[in-house]
Design a protein around this ligand. Structure first.
Ligand code: ZN
Length: 198
């Protein structure tokens, strides 16, 4: 981008965002400059505070701004049933569908031995520690239907097998290898309702 350094710098940073090419980054940078200065100031403030404000829920791993997330704090959520997801985006996709009224456990990772992610890297101790105090009797594993997602589901099933907990897996029918986040709500709702016992 030929132009003032500040615009070049902003364009360069925006171009690092997923799905944003250099031309779009340039367009966005010029757009911000065309807005009242307060907009850029507020955008900058929120971005600067992002990591300090957002933390992981001490219980389920969801993102939140306090010790516990809104779902864990909500007494109307059914206790005893946990849905295991890989990412917070998957939790949000399921919440949009409204198919689940229990609580979650967010892994933030999937087993991927070739990338150096092994069983010890999954937050399963935290999961096991929830079983007794929360009276967990059922796990619904909603990791993606990819190789890593399936391997993770099998591993978790093995880990909890001896604890008398019902384990089920969301059904196929999802786009293969697809992330929950990108599934349409009807497909996701069906996959959830059609889960099978493991
Ligand atoms: Zn939580």
């Amino acid at each position: 981008m030929a132009g003032p350094d500040a615009l070049q710098e902003l364009g360069g940073l925006l171009a690092r965002l997923p799905g944003i090419g250099e031309r779009t980054a340039q367009r966005l940078a010029f757009h911000m400059l065309g807005q009242p200065p307060g907009y850029a100031a507020e955008l900058g403030r929120v971005i600067a505070q992002l990591h300090a404000r957002v933390q992981r829920c001490g219980r389920c791993g969801n993102f939140c701004e306090g010790p516990l997330c809104r779902i864990c704090e909500d007494p109307r959520r059914e206790a005893g049933v946990l849905c295991i997801v890989a990412r917070v985006q998957d939790l949000m996709a399921l919440e949009r569908v409204g198919a689940f009224r229990g609580r979650y456990h967010v892994l933030h990772k999937l087993l991927a031995p070739l990338e150096g992610v092994g069983p010890m890297d999954l937050p399963l101790d935290a999961l096991l520690q929830r079983i007794e105090p929360e009276g967990v009797r059922e796990l619904i594993i909603a990791t993606p239907l990819s190789v890593e997602g399936e391997a993770t589901a099998l591993y978790i099933t093995e880990v909890v097998r001896s604890r008398g907990i019902a384990v089920s897996r969301i059904a196929s029918g999802m786009p293969h290898g697809g992330e929950l986040e990108y599934a349409d709500p009807i497909t996701l709702g069906r996959a959830f309702d059609g889960r099978r016992a493991l």
